[in-house]
Design a protein. Structure first.
Length: 293
């Protein structure tokens, strides 16, 4: 296959809609399960698919990081696709949200994550109802599992330099503020240095926190699954780790543009970010609790 780095991205060019509280078709959930079957346990809901490196029963009474990527497509999209420019530098396609679906699957297959990281592929995000994310919360609560840090993955326009109209960064950190955002910025600064890439921060109010030094600022963050995890759980640790796209319309068959290198860099940085969140929000808290109990 030419451009084998894009295998998962091509695999995820599938329609996926919801109807009456269920996926209209299981084609895309089943395709994801097929790709992950040799490494992860699958727990199916009506509008979500949860994957974990151990059975959920083994996580009873534990805290976890949930990495959530919605797999539903906007109703305006009828022809999911990805195209590659003749020089291989630019991708064009229906990347909301197939691009982060693919990046996450690639990361799950190539990285080894701690058992307390759980992955969710959800539906009903495009409607604004966020039924899939709500079901993830319900399933984990029913299994006595605490979501300590939800990480929502989505595409974003916030990585585009408005002055030149092209992509400027490898990823964005969005939908978080205060001390929790500071923790994530510290992690993102290191990831940026380690991978020799730049990134942006976009806050709900568009203001630049004083601790944001290396990153550029986007205009402001937009609603995605991080909002429902934050509101439903009263969880300030919720954050969005987004993949920048530019131009076009992400909610149409015309699609949007994405730099080939941005997709590759985002996928690499995604694994590092997930591990940093687990270390900061789960592992270090366990150490602190053991020291002071």
């Amino acid at each position: 296959m030419k451009y084998p780095e894009l295998k998962e991205l091509k695999d995820m060019q599938m329609l996926c809609t919801t109807q009456t509280g269920m996926f209209s078709s299981n084609d895309k959930p089943d395709k994801i399960a097929e790709l992950l079957k040799d490494k992860y346990y699958r727990t199916s809901g009506c509008v979500c698919e949860i994957f974990s490196s151990v059975p959920l029963s083994a996580l009873k009474d534990k805290s976890v990081v949930v990495v959530s990527s919605h797999i539903d497509t906007h109703p305006n999209i009828k022809n999911p696709h990805v195209q590659i420019s003749t020089d291989g530098n630019i991708l064009r396609g229906t990347f909301d949200n197939s691009a982060t679906n693919a990046a996450l699957i690639k990361s799950m297959l190539t990285e080894d994550f701690p058992d307390d990281v759980v992955f969710a592929f959800t539906g009903d995000e495009e409607s604004g109802k966020m039924t899939g994310a709500k079901e993830v919360i319900s399933i984990l609560e029913d299994n006595d599992i605490t979501i300590e840090a939800p990480v929502a993955l989505d595409v974003t326009y916030e990585g585009t330099d408005s002055k030149i109209g092209i992509l400027a960064v490898a990823f964005t950190v969005e939908n978080c503020k205060g001390k929790n955002l500071e923790d994530y910025v510290i992690a993102a600064d290191k990831i940026s240095d380690d991978n020799a890439v730049s990134y942006r921060v976009a806050t709900p109010d568009g203001r630049r926190p004083k601790f944001v030094n290396k990153a550029n600022m986007g205009s402001r963050s937009w609603c995605d699954e991080a909002w429902i995890y934050k509101s439903a759980l009263q969880n300030k640790n919720a954050v969005s780790f987004c993949l920048p796209v530019f131009n076009g319309n992400m909610h149409s068959d015309n699609g949007v543009y994405m730099m080939f290198d941005t997709y590759i860099d985002y996928t690499k940085c995604l694994g590092d970010f997930i591990k940093a969140v687990e270390k900061t929000k789960i592992n270090e808290q366990h150490i602190e609790n053991n020291l002071f109990r």
